[in-house]
Ligand binder design. Structure first.
Ligand code: NOJ
Ligand code: CA
Length: 564
């Protein structure tokens, strides 16, 4: 594998609307982010991914862009953005933006021009199709529910395609003029000095443009999940063209949002000559996709989760890196999702963080993860802003679940769980805003917040700083960045252990998910290892003696072992 400038980075995702509000309107903004850059530097992260900050009517929280060259008024101005970029650079950090080019917004001027001349050149920037038998051209369900076809405003027999909300018309990548405009825009941002992009919904750009009229339904709504439209071949050359026209000439990083790739395809995506620098590893998150709806998803199961992580690790080992996430703005909080209820406490959250940060791949921390933020206890379905949550609620009802069961499933999986405001301190609204926050603050902010945790040496925040420092320690990089991944102690029930192996150094991570102590026998070599880090507060808790290591419930231990 060729070594790249971004291989050893620790990334941090900012969801701008909920990070820090500087002007009291209840909405996070760029000046708010600037005011917290020292915090991020102190934390030790060095790459920031900004979820979309472009002009947008916010039908899907900025993933519906009305001007790719503009900053959303709510977030500030282009001058603010330039200042943010230069302040990031001053701190020797990198900044990547979100690149949302599968779709734009119905408020984008291209769409408006298409609507005013539905058979003219701009209509071909989108997928405009005639009605079939007086109705939608096919029975596909959008990601957020309902038919993917919506009437073009002012028309009675012409539809446009939207795989996401009706406010997000899909862009026709078969139109050369449009594609060139997208490339120009990507190059404009890279020329400005940003370091790359997280690439949104990119697997959807290549569609079956024969647009079959009927699909066998896969749900009680008579529709079929629209993903079937983009499962065919042909995306590779499209992605390479984007890479060669924009990304490579700038030596930029791209992080693809790619679901559903099979192991065999991965090398094409993230090998030395891959379509992207890296892509997220969603193996564990995707476990829920086997189920018809959120309400059907069983309780957290340690073994399936561990198996998913291990198989995700092995899939890319020989040729590239994936990006590791526990949570993001589309997923519930990891602290609430990937730990059994009894373990959702400081020790458990640190244990989970230890695994996440030390796996092979680029770690991405989502805002608030580093202080142990948890799912939001919403009181009612109407309190959710996210369209996806409402779709899942309705779907659960259609599948025969009660209102209470449907609501409970939203409490577990809603995207809004991770979108509540960042918890900075225990003043009103967690120090996020002096106004009314756009989404309520989690009431646990009085106990879980940055200021409090900064003062407590045993906090989750201070533990994350140590984990990040390990990850960034040049003496450990051969193992922690480039070392291979090897699972260990699979035979031990409820133990997740792995080794990162490099020619001269190994790092062994052992975590105990049992409610009881476990005694793990160590080889001679391992028992001469040095403890690099542990989450044990009690000195007598996690200890090594006579070739046996004793781990109390929720202990995590990290050992470094020299190889002869
Ligand atoms: C993935 C984004 O992360 C999500 O928030 C958004 O709704 C869809 N793509 C559509 O852009
Ligand atoms: Ca604001």
């Amino acid at each position: 594998m060729k070594r790249e400038w971004w291989h050893n980075l620790v990334a941090y995702q900012i969801y701008p609307k909920s990070f820090m509000d500087s002007n009291g309107d209840g909405i996070g903004d760029l000046r708010g982010i600037i005011s917290r850059l020292d915090y991020l530097q102190d934390l030790g992260v060095d790459l920031i991914w900004l979820s979309p900050v472009y002009s947008s009517p916010f039908m899907d929280q900025g993933y519906d862009i009305s001007d790719y060259y503009g900053i959303a008024e709510e977030f500030g101005s282009m001058e603010d953005f330039d200042e943010l970029l230069s302040e990031v650079k001053k701190r020797n950090m990198y900044l990547i933006m979100d690149l949302v080019i599968n779709h734009c917004s119905t408020e984008h001027e291209w769409f408006k021009k298409a609507v005013s001349d539905p058979y003219g050149p701009y209509a071909d920037y989108f997928y405009f199709r005639k009605a079939v038998d007086g109705r939608e051209p096919s029975n596909l369900r959008s990601y957020f529910g309902g038919n993917v076809w919506e009437l073009v405003p002012g028309q009675s027999d012409l539809y446009y395609l939207h795989m996401y909300t009706p406010g997000q018309p899909d862009l026709n990548w078969g139109n050369d003029e449009l594609r060139q405009k997208l490339y120009d825009m990507v190059n404009w941002w890279l020329d400005k000095g940003i370091d790359g992009f997280r690439v949104d919904a990119i697997m959807d750009i290549c569609k079956d443009t024969s647009f079959p009229t009927y699909y066998e339904p896969d749900g009680p709504d008579g529709l079929r999940f629209c993903k079937v439209l983009t499962e065919g071949p042909g995306i590779g050359p499209m992605l390479d063209d984007l890479r060669d026209s924009c990304i490579r000439p700038h030596n930029a990083i791209t992080v693809g949002e790619c679901f559903g790739l099979s192991g065999g395809e991965l090398e094409e995506f993230i090998g030395d000559n891959g379509h992207f620098s890296t892509i997220f590893d969603f193996t564990a998150h995707s476990l829920i996709h086997k189920h018809k709806c959120w309400a059907e998803v069983p309780e957290f199961d340690f073994n399936s989760w561990r198996d998913a992580i291990i198989s995700g690790q092995h899939e890319s080992m020989d040729f590239g890196f994936r990006a590791n996430v526990i949570e993001n703005h589309d997923e519930p909080r990891g602290a609430s999702r990937y730990l059994p209820t009894w373990a959702q406490n400081d020790a458990g959250i640190k244990m989970l963080g230890t695994i996440h940060m030390l796996l092979r791949g680029i770690p991405f921390i989502y805002q608030g993860q580093e202080i142990g933020m948890q799912n939001m206890p919403f009181g009612d379905i109407d309190e959710y802003n996210d369209p996806n949550t409402h779709m899942e609620y309705d779907l659960a009802l259609l599948e025969g679940y009660s209102k209470e069961e449907a609501f409970q499933s939203c409490l577990r999986f809603s995207r809004d769980n991770a979108r509540t405001p960042m918890q900075w301190n225990n003043s009103t609204n967690s120090g996020f805003t002096t106004g009314t926050p756009w989404l309520p603050v989690n009431p646990n902010y009085t106990n879980i917040n940055v200021e409090l945790e900064n003062q407590n040496p045993a906090s989750i925040l201070n533990y994350y700083k140590k984990l990040i420092a390990l990850r960034k320690d040049p003496a450990l990089a051969e193992a922690l960045v480039y070392g291979s991944f090897q699972e260990e102690y699979l035979e031990e029930e409820n133990v997740f252990a792995f080794r990162r192996v490099s020619p001269h150094l190994e790092v062994l991570v052992i975590t105990n998910w049992n409610r009881d102590c476990v005694e793990i026998p160590l080889s001679n070599r391992d028992s001469n290892g040095t403890i690099l880090l542990t989450n044990c507060l009690d000195q007598n808790s996690c200890h090594l003696s006579d070739g046996v290591i004793t781990l109390h419930p929720l202990d995590a231990i990290v050992l470094s072992i020299k190889r002869p």
